[in-house]
Design a protein. Structure first.
Length: 200
């Protein structure tokens, strides 16, 4: 079965293909099909945005679609950057710029904990976008590191400290990261659903 993975982020595509490698599903990305104008992500939660994108891209492509919405939630920043993680500060901001903004805001709130979590919501829509066939969420708890460290991850990985590893998620291998991270959790649940429903 062919499924459209509704992302243009090559790092995410690589991770997700790795997680679903034991299924017989053929994943195609947005870069593999004719261009589709991006929808406005108006959801207040990761789950709402995942459903919105799954339905939108399925309706416009005619292909059963997997969409995910993920990001970093920092408690001391009242949940920011949250659903705006990919657009935090401004859409074209670099991740080092975003890290600096987060560090600056946390330095102004020294009495507040640096607790944070990564969240990944996944939704699968049928080929016409009318129905959501599957959805799940993965979460990993950690802390905002004192400084960025590591070069193996992407996005906010260099500032997400995972206590059990005594390292940021950018300082460990991709295998070690996916074993605990939000996207690994969510897409392993998707893989189990695909197998149970014989879509693999």
């Amino acid at each position: 079965m062919t499924l459209l993975l509704a992302t243009t982020n090559r790092d995410k595509v690589r991770e997700i293909r790795s997680i679903l490698s034991n299924t017989a599903v053929h994943l195609v990305g947005l870069g593999d099909i004719p261009p589709i104008v991006e929808p406005e992500e108006t959801g207040a939660t990761f789950e709402e945005n995942a459903r919105l994108k799954a339905r939108y891209y399925a309706a416009h492509s005619g292909v059963r679609t997997i969409a995910e919405d993920s990001g970093l939630v920092v408690d001391a920043l009242d949940g920011e950057p949250g659903v705006r993680s990919a657009r935090y500060l401004r859409p074209d901001a670099s991740y080092p710029e975003r890290f600096d903004a987060i560090f600056k805001q946390l330095s102004e709130r020294p009495d507040r904990p640096r607790t944070a979590r990564f969240v990944c919501a996944v939704a699968v829509a049928d080929g016409d976008g009318d129905r959501i066939l599957f959805e799940t969420t993965g979460t990993v708890e950690g802390l905002v590191a004192e400084k960025a460290a590591g070069s193996h991850g992407f996005g906010y990985d260099p500032i997400f400290y995972f206590p059990s590893y005594n390292a940021t998620l950018a300082e460990v291998s991709e295998e070690a990261k996916l074993a605990v991270a939000h996207r690994g959790q969510a897409f392993r649940k998707l893989a189990s659903w695909l197998e149970a429903t014989h879509y693999s």
